[in-house]
Design a protein around this ligand. Structure first.
Ligand code: SF4
Ligand code: SF4
Length: 243
């Protein structure tokens, strides 16, 4: 039987080795990764596509750039950062994952994330469903009226839109106004009963940021900018991200 030879990096310039070195704190070297597996033990993406964060880091350290770029695993990492918290060396694996994502041409990135990002930059709602501001306003007002009438104990409840000077500027899951509008109401009720001064923005109300997960810096920035601009324009004190 022919022997299979696995080449590890060789003399080829490795993008990832340099990246991994940058990510090690205080000028440490890769041998300081203890291969303890703490990162993998709590990672929700461990075992997917035959990969885990420890293996991913070792492959990067060994210069296996081609294999890493081809793998779908970096797209399965949730960027949750659990691995950093448990790593004794505080190695920033999600940052490495993010860098890997940027290497894939935008149009070849996963369709679900790509489509949601494109929808979010379509209008000023920042909704991953592409819902325009006027449709959001209509749904919120319609649902609010329905509950005020059906539940007299909540007839004073409000769901303010573009109210100036409130304490909290809230965003909203993009899917709910479109597919499950009633799901918006429990939070309104809690805020009402707690006497919280809050508002949605007609612009920047979509809470998710798929462009971050897509590793599309410009679109990510555009969304954050739209949200924070609206918050500033209304003069709200706190931007509260519910997503
Ligand atoms: S937790 Fe840190 S030190 Fe341990 S294997 Fe993972 S990256 Fe290496
Ligand atoms: S950031 Fe990615 S690699 Fe780290 S624990 Fe979360 S899913 Fe796993």
């Amino acid at each position: 039987m022919a022997e299979e030879v696995i080449k590890l990096g060789g003399k080829k310039k490795s993008f990832f080795i340099d990246k991994v070195k940058e990510l090690l704190p205080e000028g440490g070297n890769l041998n300081l990764c203890l291969t303890c597996g703490a990162c993998s033990s709590g990672c929700p993406a461990t075992g997917l596509a035959g990969m885990d964060p420890r293996k991913f880091l070792r492959m990067a350290a060994l210069g296996m750039d081609d294999e890493i770029i081809k793998s779908d695993w970096p797209w399965m990492c949730t960027l949750c950062q659990r691995c950093i918290y448990v790593c004794p060396m505080k190695i920033d694996i999600p940052q490495l994952v993010y860098n890997v994502r940027t290497l894939r041409p935008r149009e070849e990135r996963p369709k679900g994330i790509l489509g949601s990002c494109d929808m979010a930059i379509k209008n000023e709602s920042c909704s991953a469903m592409g819902t325009p501001p006027d449709d959001f306003i209509f749904v919120v007002e319609d649902v609010l009226e329905e509950y005020q009438e059906a539940q007299p104990e909540f007839k004073e409840m409000l769901a303010p839109l573009d109210k100036k000077g409130t304490q909290f500027f809230l965003n909203q899951n993009s899917r709910e106004p479109v597919t499950e509008p009633d799901e918006m109401v429990p939070l309104w009720k809690i805020l009402h009963l707690a006497g919280v001064d809050w508002t949605y923005g007609s612009k920047g109300w979509g809470g998710e940021n798929y462009c971050m997960f897509l590793a599309d810096d410009k679109s990510w920035e555009k969304i954050v900018q739209t949200q924070t601009n609206q918050c500033h324009e209304l003069g709200c004190s706190v931007y509260l991200n519910t997503e």
